[in-house]
Design a protein around this ligand. Structure first.
Ligand SMILES: [Zn+2]
Length: 351
C-alpha cells in the first residue's frame, strides 16, 4: 500500500513536469485528486479494508501525499498564470500599444484644401459668402433676364418668409430670397467691397431644386473664381485653368474651350480637359471622346461690372466655376456623387 502511494507520488512528479497551462494543471488535479476516479482516492477507499494498526500509518501517508500534491498544484498554477501561458493572459508591458483609431479628412475637403492652396499660390484670395441670398446678387446683378429659365421654380429653392400680421391679406409669395443656385452670387459682392486688381476664389455650397441620381445632388459644392484688372484676356483664362488642372492631377493636360452660354460672361465657354484615363484614345469615363467636361468660364459681362458700380469700359476680367465634387470623383475614381453626402465611414476611411 505504501509502495502504491510512492508510485502515485512519482507519477505525479513526472506528469507535472509536462503541465504548463492552467487547463493542464486542472487536468492533473482531476487525475490525482478527483473524488470519483482520482488515483489517490482509489487507494484511500481500500484503507478501510486494512487491519486498524496498518490503517493508521497508511492513512497518514496518503494524507501527506494529498497535501503535497495540492501544494504543488497551487504553486504550478501560480507560475503558469504569471508566465502568461494560462487562458487569462497576463499583460506584457513591453509590447507596443494598439494604434489609436484615426479620423479621415473628407475627400471633398481634401480637394477644396488642394484647390485653395493652388490658387493662393497664384495670388488669389479666398472669400466666402451667404448661402441664403437675395434675387439681386444671385440673378439680377449677374445679368439674368427676368424670364431666364434658371429662375424657374424647377431649379431654384425660393424662400417663403412668414407673413406678418400687416401682410396677412396680401399673401406675398416671393420676397426675392433664394438658396443660392451658384457661388457666382459672390462676384458682385466682392467687387463692391474691393477695387481691382482683384483675384478671388469662392468655395462653397449651392442648391438646386432637382432629383438626385449618380451624378446630381440638390446640394452641390462649387468653386467660383475670377480676376478683374485692366487688359485681362482669354489667354490668361486659358493659362490659369490649365495650370490649375495640371497641379491638381499632377500630370500635363490639354485644355479646350467650347462656346457656351452664361448670362454673366461674354463670350462664354465650356471648359474641357484631356481625359486623364485614356490619353485621349477614348474610354468609358470620357464617353469615347477623349475630353472631360470640367466647368464653365468666360469673360465677365460689362453688365456685371455695371452692377458692381465700376467705371464702364475700364476693366476686363474672366470668371470660371467648377464642381469640386466632380474634380474629386475624377481624382479618386469615385463612381457615385451621392457617396460624398452619405457619411458612410466605409467610404470615408478610404481617403
Ligand atoms: Zn478617356
Amino acid at each position: 500500500m505504501i509502495d502504491q502511494l510512492k508510485e502515485i507520488q512519482q507519477a505525479f512528479t513526472t506528469a507535472a513536469a509536462q503541465a504548463q497551462t492552467a487547463e493542464q494543471i486542472e487536468a492533473l488535479r482531476v487525475e490525482f485528486l478527483g473524488r470519483k476516479a482520482g488515483r489517490l482516492n482509489e487507494v484511500l477507499r481500500t484503507v478501510k479494508t486494512l487491519p486498524p494498526e496498518e490503517r493508521k500509518t497508511v492513512g497518514a501517508a496518503a494524507n501527506a501525499v494529498r497535501l503535497e500534491i495540492e501544494e504543488k498544484l497551487e504553486t504550478f498554477l501560480r507560475a503558469a498564470q504569471s508566465s502568461g501561458a494560462s487562458d487569462v493572459p497576463a499583460q506584457d508591458l513591453t509590447l507596443p500599444g494598439l494604434p489609436p483609431r484615426m479620423g479621415h479628412v473628407h475627400p471633398l475637403t481634401q480637394v477644396f484644401d488642394e484647390l485653395m492652396s493652388i490658387f493662393t499660390s497664384m495670388g488669389f484670395m479666398v472669400y466666402e459668402g451667404p448661402e441664403l441670398e437675395n434675387d439681386f446678387y444671385n440673378f439680377e446683378a449677374l445679368n439674368f433676364p427676368q424670364d431666364h429659365p434658371a429662375r424657374d421654380i424647377q431649379d431654384t429653392f425660393f424662400i417663403k418668409t412668414p407673413i406678418t400680421r400687416a401682410e396677412k391679406h396680401s399673401f406675398p409669395t416671393d420676397r426675392g430670397w433664394v438658396m443660392r443656385t451658384h457661388t457666382s452670387n459672390m462676384q458682385v459682392r466682392v467687387m463692391e467691397e474691393f477695387q481691382p486688381p482683384l483675384r478671388c476664389i469662392i468655395p462653397g455650397r449651392a442648391f438646386r431644386n432637382e432629383a438626385t441620381d449618380a451624378s446630381h445632388e440638390f446640394t452641390l459644392y462649387q468653386m467660383e473664381g475670377f480676376i478683374v484688372d485692366t487688359d485681362i484676356t482669354i489667354g490668361h483664362l486659358f493659362w490659369t485653368l490649365r495650370e490649375l488642372f495640371q497641379q491638381l492631377y499632377k500630370k500635363p493636360v490639354k485644355i479646350r474651350l467650347r462656346p457656351g452660354y452664361f448670362p454673366f460672361t461674354e463670350p462664354s465657354y465650356e471648359v474641357d480637359m484631356s481625359c486623364l484615363f485614356c490619353e485621349q484614345k477614348g474610354c468609358r469615363v470620357c464617353k469615347q471622346t477623349g475630353w472631360l467636361e470640367m466647368g464653365g468660364s468666360g469673360m465677365i459681362h460689362p453688365n456685371v461690372f455695371k452692377a458692381a458700380g465700376y467705371q464702364a469700359g475700364k476693366y476686363t476680367g474672366f470668371a470660371f466655376g467648377m464642381g469640386p465634387m466632380r474634380l474629386a470623383m475624377l481624382k479618386y475614381g469615385i463612381p457615385d456623387i451621392r457617396l460624398f453626402m452619405e457619411n458612410d465611414t466605409r467610404f470615408l476611411e478610404q481617403f
